[in-house]
Write a protein that binds this ligand. Structure first.
Ligand SMILES: [Zn+2]
Length: 381
């Protein structure tokens, strides 16, 4: 009977352990598979009149948000309205990133004003916002340039999957590229694509297959808010990007961009003329300026109260200092008096000693004289 009870206990223990272990394994795998199946698409080297509108059509159709890393010289062409395209990119929920002005090797380039800062102006002129996302051409970045980019508040966004769409020679290889995009997309992460002629056709095949297989096309915002996904965009980062202060300031800036992306704040009609766009940008800017002014006035008033506190503290300290000085003065006087008393005392003592000695000598002399006058020898003489 006792043996039977023991066996039942052992069985229950093993059963419970298996259940817990099984649960742990399932939940652990679920988290991993969920994050693995989130995919962010990124497109380098655009825009151009052929692929860019096609890509926007595809993403509109499947409700996908992507990142476009734009090359500055491509915005200069007269063949189409690049500004209108950039505005569509922003208003349709995509992100604009800088890919330098002329697609240079940033392990050598030194003209960063032209390659980086000019891009900010170009984005601002077209869309009213600058970009805080950056990708170096060829993935090359030396330490100096990395620090420059980091100081200007950029997120250096790299990739984890590269189907090498730029190696495609002709359209007959579209199916092969679609297979590669599908296979790599199943792993999740950040995918590097280019605005090549064959890429939209390959995506048209791969995207529905990926969606059917359960892959979620994530937005950049989701990557920033998910620590498990964040490593995809931080894997190649410079050390500064692991600095929480920089990361927080970056998130603040991206929030500011998100504010401009809000349908209530952005330009309502995509077809409106440039004057209307400028007017709206002005109102957006003034709204932001107003918010900034409010913040500045808040910080000024808090600074003012801090200043008042400091002022009263200084007054109190001054009073205390005066009191201390007075006490010191009194102590000094006391010490001087004491010294004078000591000096007089010692003088008195020395006069007393000298007088005693004098009296002693005098009495000795007198005694000798008396003794001499009474001696018998004196009588004989
Ligand atoms: Zn590139």
């Amino acid at each position: 009977m006792k043996l039977l009870v023991n066996l039942v206990f052992v069985f229950l223990f093993l059963f419970g352990f298996c259940l817990c272990y099984g649960d742990f394994k399932i939940s652990h795998n679920t988290v991993r598979s969920n994050s693995q199946k989130k995919l962010l698409l990124t497109f380098d080297d655009g825009p151009n009149a052929v692929t860019s509108p096609k890509l926007l059509d595809i993403f509109r159709k499947y409700d996908i948000s992507v990142v476009f890393f734009v090359v500055g010289v491509n915005l200069k062409g007269d063949e189409w309205d690049c500004g209108a395209h950039l505005r569509s990119v922003v208003h349709e929920g995509h992100w604009l990133g800088a890919h330098t002005y002329s697609h240079v090797h940033l392990n050598q380039e030194t003209d960063l004003e032209k390659q980086i800062v000019s891009m900010e102006t170009m984005f601002e002129e077209s869309t009213g916002i600058r970009s805080y996302i950056f990708r170096p051409p060829y993935g090359e970045l030396n330490t100096n340039n990395r620090n420059f980019i980091s100081k200007r508040g950029y997120l250096d966004l790299r990739w984890s999957q590269d189907p090498k769409d730029y190696t495609l020679k002709d359209t007959s290889e579209v199916d092969r590229l679609a297979d590669k995009i599908y296979t790599m997309g199943m792993r999740g992460g950040v995918m590097l694509c280019h605005e090549k002629k064959t890429t939209p056709a390959a995506l048209e095949i791969a995207i529905p297959r990926l969606i059917k297989s359960g892959v979620q096309f994530a937005k950049l915002e989701e990557y920033l808010n998910d620590k498990q996904l964040l490593h995809f965009i931080q894997s190649y980062h410079c050390d500064d990007n692991t600095n929480p202060f920089l990361y927080n300031s970056l998130c603040d800036r991206l929030k500011k961009e998100s504010y401009l992306r809000d349908p209530n704040n952005q330009i309502e009609d995509k077809e409106q003329n440039n004057n209307q766009v400028k007017k709206d940008q002005g109102s957006e800017a003034s709204l932001l300026e107003k918010k900034d002014l409010e913040k500045i006035s808040e910080s000024l008033s808090s600074l003012n109260s801090e200043f008042e506190d400091l002022k009263s503290e200084i007054t109190i300290n001054q009073k205390t200092l005066k009191e201390v000085q007075e006490t010191l003065e009194k102590s000094k006087m006391g010490i001087l008096k004491e010294k004078e008393i000591n000096r007089l005392e010692s003088q008195k003592n020395s006069i007393f000693i000298v007088s005693i000695v004098f009296l002693l000598i005098l009495s000795i002399i007198l005694s000798i004289k008396i003794f001499m006058s009474r001696s018998p020898n004196n009588k004989l003489i």
